[in-house]
Design a protein around this ligand. Structure first.
Ligand code: AMP
Length: 558
């Protein structure tokens, strides 16, 4: 009980130093003064480079805020982006929260129905679209008539009819001084949707305070260790959990930023890493698999000796990638675990004190684990009988809480993911050892993670069971050499007809993005079930684990 709650005024009221609002404006202010000349380099759509500094970024973000205000955007309004990693997107990252509005980064790879759902639910007023992604917007714009569209020009042609050019918007209003735009750091700054385990995607809302604390935490040496001496190239898209918070982390700590635009090919990335002398880069394992193959194919072609950290998360790093990059190319992988709901910094896999840090099985076991929670993040795991001991062997569903962990989903449907005592249920089944190291053993959520993007098993199953020849369908994740996981459908037939794989794919195609379609279909007499009658997916996953090993088929194509 506080002194004031006991009926006496606190003698300390107003004297303490904790009422400075931690806002994105404050991050911008620091970058624009202390780190004014640090560089931001973007690869432009024509293959060229756009270069400027944090000073110029802040100046343009102020003009953008003025332009958005002239379009009618006010405090609390949502402004969506359908955009890759480039300086204009970075300007949105600062201008929109900086003017008190909310940045909603949208994943352009989603199905049009999901895009419409999330943009409606978020209540977006304006959408800023890369010209190259205009076809994505074209498909849904009629269903979202209230949204104004702004196009980030790529020089390939005129701005499409019915939209405004980004530069014209910047030129339109009076610049807004972003220095003190937001007074309350618990105000929403940004939002991002993630795949729900049931139903539609779920909206996660980031406050100014959570983003600033997260950016601060990224500099701890036992987390990512961001510093002014770094140049950071986030390969992770800016529509995936705020590019893992790296744009804000870089600006706060003065690291240079390199934004790769739309070219995420191994050659394109390696060329850019070399040329910009990048020191830290970040992305999902699929990206590093491609980079490793390119480095192996052309030893000595790329000088990436400045690169000290390749941050890998979003899916487990394969041991062969960690060892291959290190042993053949002298590159260090730093494995981390996180989620959209955790902004995403959850845990980082450094080797603990007292363990030999040199390459070898002991240290590598830690490097390949999901690591230890970042400072201020708390973890626990729950099994059938309650919280499990931290013995490194008893599995349980991981629960987390912390100042940058979501408290609810936007829109009111919590999907059963938050406990009564305020922890977030991750859906990852882990063991925790005595030092707090996590290892993911399984997944409680019924989803497939393919190249860093989610595919809903349940949605595919429901659609398949709508086929007249399918009585039961279970969709499972199976290992894939490039995408790590791909969906495989296990089916029980109805009647005597067994449609071909192609017929089934054609049946599903109108309802899902192409990369969601199963890579294979297997007919069985019966699907094993749990005691409660649910599909026993662990048994299916075991049975079909290698079902796609021989397949090089790529539905995910970029
Ligand atoms: P997302 O919200 O799309 O970032 O996905 C978060 C989920 O990705 C987690 O709950 C895990 O299932 C998975 N994930 C993230 N990082 C890792 C990792 N380092 N190892 C294994 N799975 C991971």
């Amino acid at each position: 009980m506080t002194v004031e709650a006991m009926g006496r005024p606190s003698p300390f009221r107003g004297l303490m130093m904790d009422d400075v609002p931690l806002t994105i404006n404050w991050v911008m202010r620091r970058a624009a003064t202390i780190f004014a000349d640090r560089p931001v380099v973007t690869r432009t759509p024509d293959g060229g480079r756009h270069r400027y500094t944090y000073r110029a970024l802040a100046e343009r973000a102020g003009r953008l805020a003025g332009g958005l205000a002239a379009l009618g955007v006010g405090p609390g309004d949502r402004v969506a982006t359908l955009a890759m990693n480039h300086y204009q997107h970075l300007e949105m990252y600062f201008a929109v929260p900086g003017m008190g509005a909310v940045l909603h980064t949208v994943n352009p790879r989603l199905h049009p129905d999901d895009l419409v759902h999330i943009m409606r639910e978020a209540g977006d007023r304006v959408v800023v679209v890369d010209q190259r992604l205009w076809p994505v917007w074209e498909k849904i714009r009629e269903r979202l008539p209230a949204l104004a569209a702004v196009v980030v020009e790529d020089g390939t042609g005129p701005v499409p009819a019915g939209s405004l050019g980004y530069e014209a918007v910047l030129a339109r209003g009076e610049p807004v001084p972003l220095a003190d735009g937001v007074a309350d750091d618990r105000q929403a700054a940004a939002m991002c949707y993630t795949s729900g385990t049931t139903g539609r995607p779920k909206g996660v809302v980031y406050s100014h305070r959570s983003l600033v604390l997260h950016a601060l935490a990224e500099a701890a040496v036992d987390s990512i260790g961001l510093s002014e001496r770094d140049t950071v190239l986030p390969v992770v898209p800016m529509f995936h959990v705020m590019a893992w918070g790296l744009p804000y982390g870089a600006a706060l700590h003065g690291a240079g930023l390199v934004l790769p635009g739309h070219d995420l090919t191994p050659v394109g990335l390696l060329t850019l890493l070399e040329e910009t002398r990048t020191t830290l880069t970040a992305g999902v394992p699929t990206i590093w698999l491609g980079i490793l193959a390119e480095l192996d194919a052309h030893p000595g072609r790329y000088d990436v000796s400045r690169l000290h950290t390749m941050l890998v998360g979003g899916a487990a790093v394969p041991p062969s990638v960690l060892a291959g990059l290190r042993d053949r190319h002298g590159l260090t992988v730093l494995h981390a675990w996180g989620m959209t709901e955790t902004t995403p910094l959850g845990s980082v896999a450094h080797v603990p004190a007292g363990v030999d840090p040199r390459p070898g099985p002991e240290g590598d076991a830690y490097r390949l684990s999901q690591g230890r929670p970042a400072a201020l993040v708390e973890i626990r795991a729950r099994g059938a009988g309650g919280l499990v001991p931290w013995d490194g062997s008893t599995p349980g569903e991981l629960e987390v809480r912390g100042p940058w962990v979501a408290a609810h989903y936007y829109g009111g449907d919590d999907d059963g993911k938050f406990t009564d005592d305020g922890w977030f249920r991750t859906g990852d089944v882990v063991t925790i050892d005595a030092r707090g190291y996590l290892v993911i053993r399984d997944r409680a959520k019924d989803l497939v993670k393919s190249g860093g993007e989610w595919i809903s098993s349940v949605a595919l199953e429901n659609a398949l069971m709508g086929h007249p020849s399918v009585a039961e369908a279970a969709v499972i994740a199976v290992a894939h050499p490039r995408w790590q996981e791909r969906p495989l459908a296990v089916l029980v037939g109805r009647g005597s007809d067994r449609p071909s794989d192609l017929e089934l794919a054609r049946f599903l195609a109108p309802q899902f993005p192409d990369w969601w379609l199963p890579d294979g279909y297997r007919w069985v007499d019966a699907i094993p079930r749990t005691a409660t009658g649910k599909f026993l997916k662990t048994a299916l996953r075991e049975q079909f684990h290698d079902a796609l090993e021989d397949r090089g088929r790529d539905r995910r194509g970029e």
